[in-house]
Design a binder for this molecule. Structure first.
Ligand code: GDP
Ligand code: MN
Length: 304
């Protein structure tokens, strides 16, 4: 009788280097998805990192909108994985449906960003990210790229460019294109305010807060005076210019898998008065992993 097969992985042989393509390192791209945008998928297909080294993981809410997005996503997956050219096909794809209930109501950008909705929303997002992460991170994963479902434009070399910096966590700068009615022309503005450097004011605010209270960024009612990476962009400057960060967003974020393996995840509760991705940066830091950002390296968020 043959013994059952045992697969052995030596984590020491799973490299995490600044040249992942040459070293054939496996990337896990993780996307929480409330809505499906074709432009997100098209951009994903254009990534030049070998698709045979990329696993995709999605988590979608179990509401009407989530059902519709799942249908759309599955259509595109079939098109790419079964009928598309070989070089476009990804190594594997995992779709999860959120199992914690009740799902949040669908909210537009204005509603989502209201301060009183933030704690509940961010906690739900943290849980979704953790479920996705802990069910998909494999023994041969070298890097995790967090990429929101509404990131519709990135350089095709995104993975190689970010990994090149060899940082435990690294975030590009997330912008949004819009029609500027004053200029009567297309324009762009900063979008993700969760990439920041801490300030004494924010520390002071936090020290006076209740046990379960969280600091939020980008709200006039809560002036933190943190240095936001969104405002560090300099036209024409080096795209590889690096800054240290204390808080990160999840719109686009490359993380060494070892950071997650060490136990850094997305707190769904107040952790040093921070939640979700910002809490993640703090937890990573407590584990000895410092986040970095690239203020001049832009990716673009969908404009609702
Ligand atoms: P914002 O850009 O900061 O306003 O945040 P989003 O609402 O865009 O959420 C961030 C990411 O999570 C996006 O990829 C959304 O599609 C996704 N998302 C939003 N709400 C949920 C949810 O309830 N469940 C899941 N699984 N994903 C969600
Ligand atoms: Mn978004």
């Amino acid at each position: 009788v043959k013994p059952p097969p045992v697969t052995r992985y030596n984590l020491n042989n799973v490299t995490i280097t600044h040249n992942p393509l040459e070293n054939r390192e496996n990337i896990l791209i993780l996307t929480p998805m409330a809505r499906f945008y074709q432009a997100y998928w098209d951009n994903l297909l254009k990534l030049t990192y070998s698709h045979e080294l990329i696993t995709l993981g999605f988590i979608l809410p179990k509401n009407k909108e989530g059902n519709a997005a799942t249908t759309e996503l599955q259509k595109q997956i079939a098109k790419t994985q079964q009928y598309g050219p070989e070089k476009d096909r990804f190594k594997s794809i995992i779709i999860l449906r959120q199992d914690f209930d009740p799902p949040l109501p669908s909210q537009d950008e204005g509603e989502r960003h209201k301060m009183q909705n933030q704690k509940v929303r961010r906690a739900a997002m943290a849980k979704a990210r953790n479920s996705l992460l802990f069910t998909t991170l494999g023994p041969s994963t070298s890097w995790v790229l967090w990429l929101d479902a509404d990131i519709i434009e990135t350089p095709p070399t995104l993975i190689q460019d970010l990994a090149f910096h060899d940082k435990p966590l690294i975030a590009p700068n997330c912008f949004q294109r819009y029609y500027n009615t004053e200029k009567k022309a297309m324009d762009e503005r900063a979008y993700d305010f969760n990439n920041w450097q801490d300030s004494p004011t924010a520390q002071e605010l936090a020290s006076k807060m209740g046990y379960d209270d969280i600091l939020l960024e980008g709200y006039a009612d809560m002036a933190t005076y943190r240095a936001l990476m969104a405002y560090m962009y300099e036209e024409g400057a080096d795209i590889h210019h690096e800054v240290p960060l204390d808080g990160v967003g999840g719109t686009a974020l490359l993380v060494k898998a070892d950071v997650h393996r060490d136990g850094a995840m997305f707190p769904a509760f107040a952790f040093y008065h921070l939640i979700e991705t910002e809490g993640f940066a703090k937890m990573a830091k407590r584990l000895g992993w410092q986040a970095a950002g690239l203020p001049n390296y832009k990716v673009y968020h969908y404009n609702e």
